[in-house]
Design a protein around this ligand. Structure first.
Ligand SMILES: *Cc1c(COP(=O)(O)O)cnc(C)c1O
Length: 432
């Protein structure tokens, strides 16, 4: 049987006539690697099946949510049970409180939590709360961290060392980003300088406590320490954007792993178990500024809807009961060790940072500590690797600058099949 994605290609031509770029989120579009995206039909466990009938071992898990694998029976059953009782009430229901209690129980710093419908909504709301609580406007973010498509966070660094950010997308008025300072990740010195200059105006620092969105980048202990120090010294809030890392790098997220208590935390992805859920929460005194207790407005017609809550509850409950984290971490370690050895054998300069079940194979000889280093990766080599893997039934993130995920549904056989494919893929990359 020869590998073909003909039906995917034909369908994608049709999709482009009705949907901008044929996709409802640009990360799916294969823009960074070329070619036509694969159109999926269904998923099961560790596998995706496209409309041509090809099967792929999936290392994206819908960009994070499917830590249990696709269609976990406990999750599907919970969704069915909720569906049978109605899809949305526009009134309180018990499931919202149950998910809130699970989150508070899991995440050390969260005392109150509000459900929303996406990670973007969560970060947008958290920074509004931080600004409302502190009465300050300025935000600090880090180059390469992604927090959803929030106006004030779609920003790139200006030219000077301490300049405020300029919009990174047309349609974002310069006024929206004028109060956002962009710094390099893992640079405690620049962080100190920024706070020395503007500390009393800074409402909050927002960051991915392990970055996934420029590929996996690990924070140094010095950087984490510096974040806590400046926030304490200047009365700014520390916001951990754990939309990706929450329930991924540990049940309690990166903050549990590192033993840090941020003031506010944003969640998404795993918390919805594949349905649209986001959440933001933190210290009770801070969260009490949110309407209707306090004056900071935030709302949502479908927020806390019972079907999505049921999916989240089933996912977190299963994670709590089965504790797959040690197993996920050791399987991922086996995979990245194997990949690294094969890449070395093929003479390919690379680095593979891993935290828990998140990893990125950077075609880059240096340890990737920030966006500047990440940008020096060989994206052409990545594109060749990506397509060689895809043709061999391995579905990786379609950009060098993304995280890949192992799920609890992956087996040793899946990992071995992946390494076999990688051995051939690296030969293709090395020969080019
Ligand atoms: C995915 C992601 C978001 C955005 O979440 P959406 O649900 O896509 O809006 C925000 N922050 C981080 C760290 C993410 O990984």
């Amino acid at each position: 049987m020869t590998f073909t994605q003909r039906q995917s290609q034909e369908h994608f031509l049709r999709a482009q006539k009705s949907i901008p770029g044929g996709v409802n989120s640009p990360a799916r579009a294969f823009g960074a690697v070329g070619g036509s995206p694969v159109v999926m039909d269904r998923a099961d466990g560790a596998y995706l099946f496209d409309i041509d009938g090809n099967r792929y071992i999936d290392y994206i898990g819908s960009w994070g949510p499917h830590i249990l694998g696709h269609r976990h029976p406990a999750v599907i059953d919970a969704i069915h049970a909720a569906l049978a009782k109605g899809t949305s009430f526009g009134a309180p229901c018990e499931l919202e409180t149950q998910l809130a209690e699970l989150v508070i129980d899991a995440v050390p710093s969260i005392e109150r939590v509000r459900m929303v419908n996406s990670g973007t909504e969560a970060t947008m709301s958290a920074i509004r709360v931080a600004r409302g609580f502190t009465g300050r406007n300025v935000l600090v973010k880090f180059a390469g961290c992604y927090h959803g498509h929030v106006d004030s966070l779609l920003v790139k660094a200006g030219s000077g060392a301490l300049t405020l950010g300029t919009p990174s997308s047309p349609g974002v008025p310069p006024g929206c980003t004028a109060d956002t300072i962009v710094l390099e990740y893992n640079d405690p010195q620049r962080l100190d300088e920024a706070f020395t200059a503007r500390g009393k105006e800074i409402a909050a620092i927002i960051l991915e406590p392990v970055v996934g969105n420029m590929g996996v980048v690990i924070p140094t202990p010095e950087f984490l320490k510096a974040l806590q120090n400046v926030c304490q010294k200047y009365g700014s809030l520390l916001i951990f954007d754990e939309v990706m890392t929450g329930f991924r790098v540990a049940y309690g997220g990166a903050q549990a792993r590192f033993g840090i208590r941020p003031d506010l935390t944003t969640l998404g992805k795993i918390i919805g178990g594949g349905l649209p859920v986001g959440a933001y929460g933190g210290r009770a005194d801070i969260m009490n500024v949110v309407s209707p207790v306090g004056p900071v407005y935030q709302a949502g017609t479908l927020s806390g809807n019972p079907v999505a809550m049921a999916s989240g509850i089933a996912t977190l409950t299963r994670l709590k009961e089965s504790n797959p984290y040690p197993q996920l971490e050791s399987m991922t370690k086996l995979l990245v060790t194997g990949l690294s050895k094969l890449a070395t054998d093929a003479g390919i300069p690379h680095t593979i940072p891993q935290v828990g079940s998140m990893f990125t194979l950077f075609f880059n000889p240096s340890v990737v500590t920030n966006l500047e280093v990440a940008s020096k990766s060989d994206t052409k080599a990545f594109a060749r690797y990506f397509h060689a893997m895809l043709e061999r039934g391995i579905y990786l993130a379609c950009s060098q600058f993304e995280a890949n995920f192992v799920s609890a549904a992956h087996t040793d056989a899946d990992l071995n099949a992946t390494l076999n494919a990688a051995k051939q893929a690296f030969k293709i990359v090395a020969a080019a």
